[in-house]
Design a protein around this ligand. Structure first.
Ligand SMILES: [Zn+2]
Length: 464
């Protein structure tokens, strides 16, 4: 009787939340349902809340605050009960140097908004400008989001996780010697380099609105990493200007880069069908031992910088399809410039990884729930903004080109183990202990919930 009463209160929206919506009534009712499908992977969630506290500057579309919003949704839906939650340490300088030039990393470590006028030459050299500004704490921010992805790879490699998630990562444009497209260090490249120490072949799948150029470039000459990016392409008219279907890799990497150039307005049905028809043969031919899935949210409809018509379920269906192959996965974020929809998407995709179905109504105990007005649902309608300019003839021709390219592969390549890069630095014993203690604290569910309740908000963060 009392449980039934609690349920009805928790799901009732029009009752004064200040009176009825307290921790003890709502937290006892699970806002999700276990789906109990046959594949039950160990899922881990890697999130350092400090990563959400940085600010690219007034008017800049990239808002790390979206990470806090995502975390709040995940906690409100109580998904932390389904996963191992880790508080990752920042990446070390040595780890960043596994891919990046020392000059560039030294520059990131030195530059501040206060001293930047002294370094005009370097700002030019390192392509610092409107897209990639200098902001307070820029180097710490890089170390935090890269640290999350590297922590996730360590859990995969050690076998502690089958699927490891870092929504603060996925900054796929970062180059060896310079930042690009809101990305400074490239956590994906660093992660793949670490995964290559243990896994013979890595498949990288990118469903951001933009071409995953930084990752493609880093692995363009190797057959051990296949990159596969679905994105809007319009030559130099659309950032970053690369990613046409005929970019296929060079040398030993020839045919190990796949690009799916799309036009404006693609919808769920067309995108998901095309995605499955390409990814299925890619996986069966390349036979990856691990998959890195970039889940950029700017491919959703109504994104501030968006050009597609995808709904959250359509985007999620692609991720669900990749998961269905049962391979180890590193799952990272990426673009996404309408924070409330970014957080909805990444919370939904976290639920997919954990094999649960979430209530469409957002939990009543969600901080900042008011920003999800008027519908307060997980799945607002996001399609229909742009005309779909991807007709059947165009998509068929793209698919045929790509499948032709796959025929050159002749099965999965063997691996020369002498090419495996050296170990990335491990934790010191002291660091291990500090992180262990912190995670113990975080594991106390009440603490985690109460911490979320105390989080503050900077007004204006959620404005598009
Ligand atoms: Zn993007």
């Amino acid at each position: 009787m009392s449980l039934k009463w609690t349920n009805s209160i928790a799901n009732t929206n029009d009752i004064d939340p200040t009176f009825f919506n307290d921790y003890k009534t709502t937290v006892k009712t699970l806002p999700y349902e276990d789906l109990l499908t046959s594949y039950q992977p160990n899922v881990s969630y890697h999130y350092n809340p400090d990563a959400s506290n940085y600010h690219y500057g007034v008017g800049h579309p990239m808002k790390p605050f979206r990470l806090k919003l995502t975390d709040h949704l995940i906690i409100s839906y109580q998904l932390y009960k389904k996963m191992d939650c880790y508080l990752p340490r920042p990446a070390t300088k040595e780890e960043l140097l596994e891919f990046h030039d020392e000059d560039f990393i030294n520059f990131l470590a030195t530059i501040t908004p206060e001293n930047s006028n002294k370094y005009a030459q370097l700002l030019k050299k390192f392509n610092i400008g409107d897209d990639c500004p200098v902001f307070d704490g820029i180097y710490d921010y890089c170390k935090l989001y890269a640290g999350g992805s590297l922590d996730a790879t360590r859990k995969l490699i050690s076998g502690m996780s089958d699927i490891a998630i870092n929504w603060s990562g996925g900054l796929h444009h970062g180059k060896k010697r310079e930042p690009s497209g809101f990305c400074y260090v490239n956590d994906i490249v660093l992660s793949i380099l670490n995964l290559l120490r243990y896994y013979p072949r890595v498949l990288y799948i990118d469903i951001d609105l933009h071409h995953g150029d930084g990752v493609q470039e880093a692995f363009y000459t190797t057959d051990r990493v296949m990159t596969c990016s679905f994105h809007k392409y319009d030559g130099m008219e659309f950032f970053p200007g690369t990613g046409n279907y005929d970019e296929v890799g060079i040398g030993r990497g020839k045919h190990y880069a796949i690009n799916v150039p799309l036009r404006d307005g693609i919808d769920d049905d067309t995108y998901v069908k095309l995605f499955k028809s390409i990814i299925e043969p890619v996986i069966s031919t390349f036979q990856p031992s691990v998959i890195v899935q970039q889940c950029g949210a700017d491919s959703l409809g109504h994104d501030r910088l968006g050009r597609f018509n995808l709904n959250i379920k359509g985007h999620g269906e692609c991720v669900k399809f990749v998961k269905s192959f049962g391979l180890p996965m590193l799952v990272v974020g990426g673009g996404g410039y309408t924070p409330k929809n970014v957080s909805r998407l990444w919370c939904y995709e976290t639920s997919i990884m954990n094999d649960v179905q979430l209530d469409n109504k957002l939990p009543n105990n969600l901080p900042f729930r008011v920003f999800f007005n008027p519908d307060c649902t997980l799945h607002p309608n996001l399609d229909g903004k742009f005309e779909n300019k991807n007709n059947k003839k165009y998509l068929d021709s793209i698919r045929i080109q790509i499948l032709e390219n796959l025929r050159f592969l002749n099965g999965a390549p063997s691996v020369r183990m002498d090419e495996i890069p050296p170990d990335l630095s491990k934790l010191t014993e002291e660091e291990e202990k500090a992180i262990h203690d912190l995670n113990e604290e975080m594991e106390n569910e009440d603490d985690r919930y109460l911490k979320m309740q105390k989080d503050d908000i900077r007004m204006g963060e959620l404005e598009d």
